[in-house]
Write a protein that binds this ligand. Structure first.
Ligand code: NDX
Length: 256
């Protein structure tokens, strides 16, 4: 049966941090090539319908930690915080795997990115789940610690913003449409990347509540992955729509 290897957690978290920096350097200048940033000319690349792609890609981030949680023997009953935090992680990916694909009307997703995205979700699902189920130690009153409560609050707030903004985006198109429109309502009033802002707040909240290296590494990865993407979306909108609201920022309301 499995046990905790702290050096494995350290190695996997460091690699995640390094991948984050690699992403930042790659995607600050050129956005990752799916959705509105996919280059049209190269038709040779295979694609999968957005619904299937998001389902397949995100499934391991739900399944791997859920299985680790369910199959650990003897089951880990103490401390409660470990199971709660693992459930929060799974809850987000339950939404992303089983609910989001029903709503998306996105363009077909490039197979190559789907492959790397799936690898990433296996990797990160394992790291977060393994750490929480086999390694994490908390005092028995962690659930009332200010880090847990404030982190949980941020997580819930971020998740609310993320889901609300996802749904606003998905409603912009009628079935079968592939055009882009100006997002309106919710936090889109203030930023072009409202869904990304929510997701980033969510994972930093998770990191604060978990107070661990793997969770901070993942929050940092998220920031480096979708932060630049918000900026590229913003530039795309400014270029495409002459009447795009001038006061709207890229990612952080009123700031940037
Ligand atoms: N999936 C996270 N890197 C990513 C897939 C790609 O969950 O090799 C990271 C995730 C992966 C990436 C993932 C990790 C890094 C990878 C990358 C591929 C390459 C890269 C593996 C795993 C890599 C190295 C080299 C380091 C190994 O047609 P459409 O699709 O544009 O339609 C869109 C629609 N829409 C509009 N419709 C009408 N009018 C408009 N103006 C519209 N604007 C958008 O809305 C979509 O149907 C939908 C949403 O679009 P968009 O572009 O706003 O969001 P999207 O980027 O698709 O993300 C969807 C949600 C969102 O809530 C976001 O927060 C979350 O997923 N997300 C996304 C990416 C990563 C992530 C979360 C995270 O890191 N936590």
């Amino acid at each position: 049966s499995m046990e905790c290897f702290p050096s494995l957690v350290l190695a996997l978290s460091s690699l995640l941090g390094a991948l984050a920096l690699l992403q930042l350097s790659l995607y600050l200048r050129v956005p990752s090539g799916y959705g509105k940033h996919e280059e049209r000319p190269c038709k040779a690349r295979g694609r999968l319908p957005a619904r299937c792609a998001w389902f397949l890609q995100e499934l391991p981030s739900f399944l791997v930690p859920a299985l680790l949680l369910a199959l650990r023997s003897p089951p880990r009953l103490e401390p409660l915080a470990c199971r709660l935090l693992c459930c929060l992680f799974c809850w987000h990916y339950f939404y992303r795997t089983f609910i989001y694909p029903f709503f998306t009307r996105g363009r077909p997703f490039p197979l190559q990115l789907l492959f790397f995205g799936t690898l990433f979700c296996i990797y990160n699902g394992f790291l977060q789940g393994y750490y929480l189920i086999y390694c994490a130690e908390y005092p028995s009153d962690w659930c009332t610690d200010i880090r847990f409560t404030s982190g949980l609050l941020l997580f819930l707030l971020g998740m609310g913003i993320n889901i609300h903004s996802d749904l606003l985006l998905c409603q912009l198109r009628k079935p079968g449409e592939v055009t882009y429109k100006v997002p309106q309502g919710g936090l889109f009033t203030y930023v072009s990347g409202a869904n990304y802002f929510g997701e980033i707040v969510e994972w930093f909240g998770f990191a604060i509540a978990t107070w661990s290296l793997p969770a901070f590494a993942f929050a940092f990865f998220t920031l480096c992955c979708i932060g630049p993407r918000a900026y590229h979306h913003h530039r795309y909108y400014l270029k495409t729509f002459m009447d795009y609201p001038k006061s709207r920022k890229a990612l952080i309301p009123f700031v940037f």
